[in-house]
Ligand binder design. Structure first.
Ligand SMILES: Nc1ncnc2c1ncn2[C@@H]1O[C@H](COP(=O)(O)OS(=O)(=O)O)[C@@H](OP(=O)(O)O)[C@H]1O
Ligand SMILES: Nc1ncnc2c1ncn2[C@@H]1O[C@H](COP(=O)(O)OP(=O)(O)O)[C@@H](O)[C@H]1O
Length: 229
């Protein structure tokens, strides 16, 4: 088999997490299996470094609109990107979960683990979840890895979100048809030091996406070169 030498190791590529160093202990009799392709080779193949743009904000703050436009712009520029969106994930992966703090925690844990796998496959992942609890976002950061985690707070005010009410949910909340609704009858804990903070009342969709693309520049630059010897 050819031995592969990475000529320029990309700064952001993280070593694989060693088994046994995980936060949660894995069940006994399960051994970590090493693959034969590493993160640097995938980066070379795709011409990008993986990252997760973690959008967080109230319902109606613009998460889905920004996520799908960012994905469109990235793919149009030749990048491998994928959106994980709250409503869509709750149709499948998290269809058994509701909106209690415990269920939201499990939802975010699952999403973070999937985002990590997609990052390991080399993709740029855009997640679009309210993710209202600081502790849950910190868990996601830990699972995905600090270097790859770009926390982006859409800080659009509750008043503006409620005025937009794109799905008519706030109206239903006010009539009592929906309980535990973030921002009204359930908390939203704003990030203290996000990588990016965007108020979609002040920034247009295009300006918001431009700001995230700017922050992603280091990941989209030239890929490391690889030489087979
Ligand atoms: N009680 C309650 N609170 C908040 N949101 C609710 C609720 N019930 C339904 N919805 C709809 O579910 C979407 C949020 O799901 P998420 O997976 O992003 O939520 S969380 O991150 O687990 O808190 C959310 O999507 P967005 O409006 O895009 O934010 C709503 O459409
Ligand atoms: N600058 C903006 N960025 C994103 N969405 C905006 C902006 N200005 C107005 N909107 C509108 O606000 C609504 C946001 O809804 P959505 O993207 O579904 O938010 P969320 O996913 O956070 O619930 C959409 O109807 C969108 O057209």
């Amino acid at each position: 088999m050819n031995k592969v030498t990475i000529m320029r190791q990309p700064a952001k590529v993280q070593p694989e997490q060693a088994p046994g160093t995980r936060e949660q202990p894995v069940a006994g009799h399960i051994a970590w299996q090493e693959g034969k392709v590493d993160a640097a080779q995938r980066a070379w193949l795709l011409g990008q470094l993986p990252a997760t743009v973690w959008l967080t904000g109230l319902s109606g703050s613009g998460k889905s609109s920004i996520a799908f436009e960012l994905e469109r712009r990235l793919v149009a520029a030749g990048h491998a990107a994928y959106v994980m969106d709250g409503d869509n994930v709750r149709h499948g992966l998290s269809r058994d979960l509701g909106f209690s703090p415990q269920d939201r925690n499990e939802n975010i844990r699952r999403i973070a683990e999937v985002a990590k796998l997609f990052n390991e496959a080399g993709l740029i992942v855009i997640t679009s979840f309210i993710s209202p609890y600081r502790q849950d976002r910190d868990m996601a950061r830990q699972i995905i890895g600090e270097e790859r985690f770009i926390e982006t707070h859409l800080c659009t005010s509750l008043a503006v979100c409620e005025q937009r009410d794109p799905k008519g949910l706030y109206r239903k909340v006010r009539s009592g048809a929906i309980t535990e609704f973030t921002g009204i009858s359930a908390p939203y804990e704003a990030p203290l030091e996000p990588a990016l903070r965007i108020d979609t009342e002040q920034s247009s969709l295009a300006q918001s996406v431009d700001a995230i693309l700017h922050r992603l520049q280091d990941f989209l630059g030239s890929a490391p070169t690889m030489q087979a010897v």
